[in-house]
Design a protein. Structure first.
Length: 192
């Protein structure tokens, strides 16, 4: 690891700002795609929020998850804040799981996205259709909810590639500050 210079810290701030601007540009483009078209379209903001939460800190994951959830609520006409709470919780959980246990691999991302998308579709079905005991309510889950879930999981491939490209170009590399370098040297000398 190298020590950060003032120039590198300035470049790090610029790259971090550009990375978050690109993340939120992708979020708004996904929101625009979600608001156009027919009933059978993927909920693009779920895999995008999960992909963003994998490589970032817990606060950025929570804010991104809540923001994407609010946009889903607006797009789908749900109770304002319903999806925000769900997606913020799952983004925090995803961040912690990837930080502590899982490696940043596509298959891990796809499994978590599939589970989170299924839970979200199932909760929507339970709270917006089954609770009111509509006639033939099971057909809504099979014909609409599962189809939207499948489209969302398929769209996860593209969201992962887009976020991985942004991270490859703009993710900061590991560097030590001067204090960390001095403390590391002192610790190494004490061990000898």
């Amino acid at each position: 690891m190298r020590i950060k210079t003032t120039r590198q810290q300035h470049i790090l701030r610029i790259k971090t700002t550009l990375r978050w601007l690109l993340y939120y540009l992708l979020i708004f483009l996904s929101f625009i795609i979600m608001t156009s078209g027919t009933l059978y379209k993927p909920i693009l903001l779920v895999p995008l929020a999960i992909a963003i939460s994998i490589n970032n800190n817990i606060y950025g994951s929570a804010v991104t998850g809540a923001f994407c959830g609010f946009l889903i609520d607006i797009c789908c006409g749900k109770l304002f804040g319903y999806n925000a709470v769900i997606l913020a919780f799952f983004c925090i959980l995803t961040n912690l799981v990837f930080e502590l246990y899982l490696k940043n691999r596509f298959i891990n991302y796809l499994m978590i996205t599939a589970v989170v998308s299924y839970i979200q579709c199932w909760l929507d079905y339970k709270f917006y259709y089954q609770i009111w005991d509509y006639e033939n309510v099971g057909r809504i889950f099979v014909r609409v909810s599962l189809r939207v879930w499948a489209y969302t999981v398929i769209s996860a491939f593209f969201m992962y590639l887009l976020v991985k490209l942004v991270n490859k170009l703009l993710m900061p590399k590991e560097h030590l500050t001067i204090e960390e370098a001095i403390n590391t040297n002192i610790q190494n000398e004490n061990k000898r």
